[in-house]
Each structure stands twice: as C-alpha cells, then as structure tokens.
Design a protein around this ligand. Structure first.
Ligand SMILES: N[C@@H](CCC(=O)N[C@@H](CS)C(=O)NCC(=O)O)C(=O)O
Length: 159
C-alpha cells in the first residue's frame, strides 16, 4: 500500500489511517498489539500469553515498551527532519536497548516462555540496521535474543 497516497478504503477501515489492519470476517481490527492479542485469543491452540494475571501484565509491559518507546525513537531516527532531534533519538534508542541487557541475561525470551512480548520486537529487529544503532557484542544478550527470534521458522518465512 502506498502510504503517501492512502486509498480511502484504509481510512474506512482504520480512522487512524495506518497499517496494519486485520479484516477477519466481519471483524476489523487495527493497532498491531491489539491485532496480536486478537489472534492469540482466537487461535487458542497456539498459546502466546501466559496464564497468570501478573505474567500477562509483564508481557503487556514489554509490548508497550516496544511500541511506545522503541518504535517512537526509531521513527524519529528514520523520519525526523531536525538533525539534533535525530541524534537525540539515536541516543534514546541506544539507552532503550541497553536497558534490555539485564532483562535478557540468563533468559531465552523476555517474559518467560516465547510470547507476544517477543513477537512485538521482531519487526524492530528485522529492520534494526536502518536505525543506525548497532546491536553487536556491546549488547550481547540482546544480540543473542534477536538472533534467536530471527532464526525461528515462522519469522524466517516472512523475511
Ligand atoms: N500504533 C500503530 C502504528 C502503526 C504505524 O505507524 N504504521 C505505519 C507503517 S509501519 C503507518 O501506517 N504509517 C502511515 C502514517 O502514519 O500515515 C500500530 O502499532 O499498529
């Protein structure tokens, strides 16, 4: 879809005029985290949320961290027009990734078992080179986590 020249169908489906939008029968769902939760609830044979309320809250905290903080800074790095703000966003991005290091030490996934929390970070990791913030040996646990996620069969099939 050409997002610079949005078809009117997009605005009919999503008043925010953004992708993704999921149309599933009569259901029209937008906002990527809400789409992910909808799919998780609908397809119960693939559980991607823990059972306990506290663990579910942890998953949602990381989903929110990714969407409202990491993606916001990444968006500024890619689309910002003020060099000073762009530099600040790069710093912010480094800080946000560095904060994940202790979270990932000794863990395969960010919130217990593989969950929607991990899945929320995958689009960021697939595009991380564009954001000019290296995820290398200075962020060893985040790097291993990223590699683990990108190596998953379901992820590889989308790349
Ligand atoms: N919070 C939304 C953000 C979606 C979003 O920003 N999508 C971008 C493409 S990745 C878009 O549609 N941009 C067009 C625009 O903002 O006009 C979500 O998570 O679904």
């Amino acid at each position: 879809m050409d997002l610079k020249n949005k078809p009117k169908e997009l605005l009919e489906l999503n008043p925010y005029g953004k992708v993704p939008v999921l149309v599933d029968g009569d259901a029209i769902i937008y906002e990527s985290n809400i789409i992910n939760e909808y799919l998780e609830e609908k397809y119960r044979d693939v559980p991607l949320m823990p059972k306990g309320p506290e663990q579910r809250a942890r998953v949602r905290i990381w989903m929110d961290y990714c969407n409202s903080r990491l993606h916001a800074a990444a968006h500024e790095v890619l689309h910002g027009t003020d060099p000073e703000k762009t530099e600040k966003a790069k710093e912010q991005l480094r800080g946000l990734l560095t904060s994940l290091e202790p979270e990932m030490a000794g863990h395969e996934y960010i919130a217990g078992d593989y969950s929607l929390a991990d899945i929320t970070f995958i689009p960021f990791f697939t595009r991380q080179q564009r954001y000019q913030v290296a995820i290398d040996e200075r962020l060893p646990h985040v790097k291993r986590w990223m590699e683990r996620l990108l190596a998953r069969t379901a992820v590889r099939s989308t790349l």
